[in-house]
Design a protein around this ligand. Structure first.
Ligand code: IPE
Ligand code: IPE
Ligand code: MG
Length: 235
């Protein structure tokens, strides 16, 4: 069986889950927090080392103010509520994105969670917040230009690995598997991890995020394990 180290997830479908039940969208987001908990535990059980969750995209700032406010409040609440259990489970909390753009309260809660769990080893849970793949690449290019001003970069020797060092978290390996839930008529990447998914296997499921639990996660991993990865080679 192929060893899988890093799974990334586009957690989509909260709004539709609520709508199907005649409930406000926020209830779908709340239910989605349960799926985060279940997925973190499932990842730990499968000995996966990195779980990266698309939580709030740069484009999500375009949602109605009321929904953005609610998501920011929920983010803070979720972190404060879950931190003890995450810490007990040896989960290291991590975040990537334009974190300065977050509301101050969730940002503070996030910083505290990162600090508290920084020495944990079993699983790195990365929340992508105010994140987009393109802004990550633009921010990397800005850092490169700045670095070059201070200390000339040898362009002849500049390779893909050198670019990776300027991403939000250079320690994050490329994911082997990317899952998108709620993917019916939405088989797209929505500006997630563009650099890192160059050769990632993608798994789309119609299951809406609030319904996505351990069984679904295991199914996705098993599907991945059957795939032949050639990276451009022939068999
Ligand atoms: C994903 O669910 C959660 C976030 C983007 C924050 P959606 O809110 O996009 O749910 P749908 O796609 O409208 O069902
Ligand atoms: C992707 O979902 C972003 C997150 C899950 C955080 P969206 O619901 O924002 O994606 P689009 O707009 O349908 O592509
Ligand atoms: Mg959506």
């Amino acid at each position: 069986m192929r060893k899988i180290k890093h799974v990334a997830i586009i957690m989509d479908g909260n709004g539709r889950w609520a709508k199907k039940r005649g409930l406000p969208r926020v209830i779908g987001h709340r239910q989605g927090v349960e799926s985060v908990r279940a997925t973190v535990n499932a990842a730990k059980d499968l000995d996966i080392k990195f779980l990266t969750l698309y939580t709030f995209s740069t484009e999500n700032w375009r949602r109605p103010e009321e929904e953005v406010n609610t998501l920011m409040e929920m983010l803070e609440e979720m972190i404060r509520k879950e931190i003890a259990e995450l810490h007990k489970n040896d989960v290291k909390v991590n975040a990537i994105g334009r974190l300065d753009a977050l509301y101050p309260k969730p940002r503070k809660a996030m910083e505290q969670a990162i600090e508290k769990t920084k020495n944990n080893k079993s699983l790195v849970m990365t929340l992508c917040l105010s994140y987009s793949g393109r802004s990550e690449i633009v921010d990397a290019v800005k850092k490169i230009v700045k670095r070059d001003r201070d200390q000339k970069i040898d362009l002849d020797d500049f390779k893909e690995e050198n670019f990776t060092e300027f991403l939000y978290d250079p320690e994050l390996p490329d994911p082997e598997l990317l899952i998108r839930t709620g993917a019916e008529n939405r088989e797209r990447i929505s500006n997630f991890l563009l650099w890192q998914i160059a050769y990632t296997e993608v798994y789309f499921t119609k299951t809406l995020w609030p319904d996505f639990r351990k069984k679904e996660f295991v199914k996705a991993v098993q599907d991945f394990e059957k795939r032949e990865r050639l990276f451009g080679r022939v068999k």
